[in-house]
Design a protein around this ligand. Structure first.
Ligand SMILES: [Zn+2]
Length: 119
């Protein structure tokens, strides 16, 4: 960091530090700090989301394979999942749901997330 910021409270020099999940400028004299969050909101979300399968094509190998990966099932079990009505694919944290969502979107698998996924 070449840029040295002055404290906006007392005018003293601040220093650049990383503290846990935040990083930014901390005043060397007082409590002032200008910080940003290093870890994105989604990574800190510890809500358990449930992902339900609404529609997938039993004969579509790509879809069944993706489902088997996220549901942690073998291919045959995953194919059975596609025959059920609103089957629970998995329950997981936001990052995992986000990953599954992009794969499912790509493969045109229809799903539902509970509770509402805010990202
Ligand atoms: Zn200060």
């Amino acid at each position: 960091m070449s840029e040295i910021k002055k404290c906006e409270e007392c005018g003293a020099d601040s220093e650049y530090r990383v503290e846990g999940s935040t990083e930014g400028f901390f005043c060397t004299q007082c409590d002032w700090a200008l910080v940003t969050t290093r870890i994105s909101e989604i990574a800190q979300d510890v809500t358990k989301y449930k992902m339900y399968l609404l529609s997938a094509d039993t004969g579509n190998k790509e879809q069944v394979k993706a489902l088997s990966e996220f549901a942690n099932l073998n291919f045959l079990q995953a194919r059975k999942l596609t025959e059920k009505e609103r089957a629970l694919i998995f329950e997981g944290e936001a990052l995992e749901v986000d990953k599954a969502r992009s794969v499912f979107n790509q493969l045109s698998i229809e799903y539902e997330i509970e509770p509402k996924f805010p990202y």
